[in-house]
Design a protein around this ligand. Sequence first.
Ligand code: ADP
Ligand code: ASP
Ligand code: MG
Length: 412
Amino acid sequence: MGRIVQKYGGSSVATIEKIIRVAERIKRTAKEGHEMVVVVSAMGDTTDELLGMAKSISLNPDKRELDMLLTTGEQVSSALLAMALQETGEKAVSLTGWQAGIRTESVHGNARILQIDTKRIEEELAEGKIVVVTGFQGVTEAGEITALGRGGSDTTAVALAAALHADRCEIYTDVTGVFTSDPRWIKKARKLPAVSYDEMIEMAHLGAQVLHPRSVEFAKNFRVPLVVRSSMSDEEGTWIVEEEKMEKNLIVRGVAFEKNITRITVHGLPDVMENLSAIFTGLARENVDVDIIIQNVSGETENQVSFSVKDDQLNDALAVLEKLRGELGFKNVEWESGLAKVSIVGSGMVSNPGVAAKMFSTLAENGIFIKMISTSEIKISVVVDEEQMIRAAETLHQAFGLDRAEREVKTK
Ligand code: ADP
Ligand code: ASP
Ligand code: MG
């Protein structure tokens, strides 16, 4: 007998019929004798719809109230799933983040889980119940409800698996596993049998929506065996593991991409060294997540620093800069939205020089202009125009040999 945490995403619980089907799947695993904790997302597009309602009232809704609103979606799906389980004859109970003891930091919109008090869940499990927990939410020390950020139910699941010492955490979604790139857009993407924690962390941070980045960080830190699989079939999924050998002749594991990037440039910055710190301290204080930073020092008036943020943080970033303008005396601020980031990820890159050169020449040959670049040991990212994002991803997917299926057909 083991202990298993399963998580079902929005598309897996989008309708009542799907919730009933999920209940049957959970019952099958429970009947094997396992203790089960199940995390659910809101039904279908509920979170987007709730967000739409808020935005129809205010362009900049209060962050606390937004969390109150968005976290209701998971309360609906968890209660319905508990009912569906009871209807199959199983004992089940639904718990909110607060009832499940999920304590977060006191930040609205994107809170981190600090600690989980598993007492209540343990008690319910001891009574033989299947425990259904709302994903995506927690509570602060002061009793405020917080949301964990879009896609955050994955993190609820893995954090619970770690806290409950579960044997494994299974993420059920609308694809059969982690692919070499987003199969919705990149037709030749292939399912990977396994991917390392570090590669998956990078891919998730760089836009591979299939797992929330913090969920993989939890899995790595607490050594949680993690698998991504389909809620519609019994096909083997993708395991996220400590280390995974590269496939023969490949140096890249996957291509990730994301839209809604804005580049902000501060022109005419005096005393670059001191002022850089003032700018980025100010941005951090307002929880503005800065990604790529490029500075260009070429004399007092031309000194400039550019950085990228997500579109939805543009206003926060501009407000910080506006406040600092008098103190720092820079000339002006410019920004460009409608950008995208395309990245190649793979642990094979560390020991292979020339990967960046190949990436840049592939993009140049395809007329794709690079606006920003950033690298780490296992990834290279470029910022390009949004309209060129999919073509950039496709050409890189092919250039680095990830379209394996096509090559096999060609050599026959
Ligand atoms: P859920 O609602 O189950 O949490 P998500 O929509 O958050 O599901 O994540 C699944 C989606 O992630 C897939 O439908 C797919 O389009 C997208 N995706 C992006 N990159 C990848 C990738 N590398 N492998 C698999 N899916 C990916
Ligand atoms: N319902 C939330 C969202 O749509 C959380 C999740 O699905 O993981 O972002
Ligand atoms: Mg998701």
